[in-house]
Design a protein around this ligand. Structure first.
Ligand SMILES: *Cc1c(COP(=O)(O)O)cnc(C)c1O
Length: 386
């Protein structure tokens, strides 16, 4: 179906931070399949791990134990606030699971009337009917019939508005620690801490959507570790499999109290191939110094982008970001800047609020940043003329 306004470009292979088109032309990939290929393309460790698993077993279903899945769950638990993990195949499914965990928690705790989820303007939580209702973007909901019941929304960054909106039916607060699709919005000071307090005072669960911010993107395994405020439930997907589809919903034992045998399921979720990919990703990310590298590249990238922005104030309105989730807010149309960059063989992703996202692979080096900045300068010079 023609559901995408695709660029007329097709890639045959990739290596590291580069994608190679059929005609042999190389593109610097600062899109990373929308924050998915965090280790770049054809990473030797991922290739080796997937190749080994392909020759063993691909899929058995969750009717049986899966060694790699148990190992992956144990590693995610050891590295985070969580005690338990459910595996699925995408971000939207991970959010659906988080919403189900929250509703089930309330009902299992003797408060079945609590089912509503509080979300924030500008949020993006996925494209299923419930996650669309959570995001509440008019352009995504239009024409798809009645909006799934049970989601309320208040202004981004406004903890006081969130407090006001909590009612006797509220079950949980769902928030992206940094809004990605909405335009790379960092939370105001103490926002997440205030939400944590609100949740605790009102018997609500705090759910983080780390589908985009997780898996090292923001300079820690998960962005909440930067802010120092843990959730009760966390959804992750995008970067988890390094390009292989896999999602997960992490929770505390307490939050997942209602998730008993038969309460949720997925045919493909956490199958042997998917968890082989995710375990290989963790092998690389959990090695000494990986996240420090991401943070060092963040400092460098923001500094260099800031220099370009100061020279081209007629093109770039603002630069902001955490880790390697970086947004360039444009003065003219963001699509024009992205097109100008693509003509210079640099791939980026658009976001809301007229933003172009730079989402380099986390293995990015200074030389890649030099190249992206040179392309950006060229693009800005071109756009400043018109
Ligand atoms: C991409 C994204 C989703 C949806 O993930 P899919 O895998 O496309 O279902 C949900 N939340 C956030 C924050 C995302 O960036």
């Amino acid at each position: 179906m023609p559901t995408y306004a695709r660029a007329d470009l097709m890639f045959e292979r990739g290596h590291g931070a580069y994608l190679v088109a059929a005609n042999g032309e190389e593109y610097l990939d600062f899109c990373s399949g929308v924050a998915v290929t965090g280790l770049g393309h054809a990473h030797p460790h991922l290739v080796e791990a997937l190749t080994a698993q392909i020759n063993k077993v691909w899929h058995t279903s969750n009717l049986f134990r899966i060694e790699g899945q148990e190992r992956l769950a144990a590693r995610l638990v050891a590295a985070t606030f969580a005690d338990t993990v459910f595996f699925c195949n995408s971000g939207a499914e991970a959010i659906e699971c988080a919403v189900k965990v929250a509703r089930k928690y309330q009902s299992a705790s003797g408060r079945p009337e609590r089912y509503r989820i509080l979300t924030f303007e500008g949020a993006f939580h996925g494209r299923t009917l419930a996650t669309l209702a959570a995001g509440r973007q008019e352009k995504h909901l239009k024409g798809f019939g009645p909006v799934v019941e049970g989601f309320d929304q208040v202004a981004w960054g406004d903890a006081a508005a969130a407090r006001q909106a909590i009612g006797p039916e509220t079950a949980a607060i769902l928030v992206e620690p940094v809004q990605g699709e909405g335009g790379v919005h960092l939370p105001p000071d103490r926002f997440l801490a205030n939400l944590r307090t609100l949740a605790d005072q009102n018997g609500l669960l705090l759910l983080y959507d780390e589908v985009q911010t997780g898996m090292g993107r923001c300079g820690h395994l998960f962005a909440y570790q930067h802010f120092g405020v843990a959730p009760d439930v966390l959804a992750v997907a995008k970067g988890l499999g390094g390009g292989f589809p896999i999602g997960a919903c992490l929770a505390t034992e307490k939050a997942a109290v209602g998730m008993t045998a038969g309460s949720h399921g997925s045919t493909f979720g956490g199958n042997p191939l998917a968890v082989a990919a995710a375990n290989a990703v963790l092998d690389v990310m959990l090695a000494e110094g990986f996240f420090a590298h991401v943070r060092a590249m963040n400092t460098l990238l923001l500094k260099r982008l800031g220099e370009v922005a100061r020279r081209y104030q007629g093109v770039i309105a603002e630069v902001r970001g955490l880790g390697l989730l970086v947004g360039i807010k444009c003065v003219g149309a963001n699509g024009d800047l992205a097109d100008a960059l693509r003509r210079r063989h640099v791939l980026t992703a658009l976001a809301g609020d007229n933003v172009v996202r730079f989402l380099p692979p986390l293995i990015v080096e200074e030389s890649h940043i030099d190249r992206a900045i040179a392309a950006l300068e060229g693009a800005c010079a071109e756009l400043a003329k018109v």
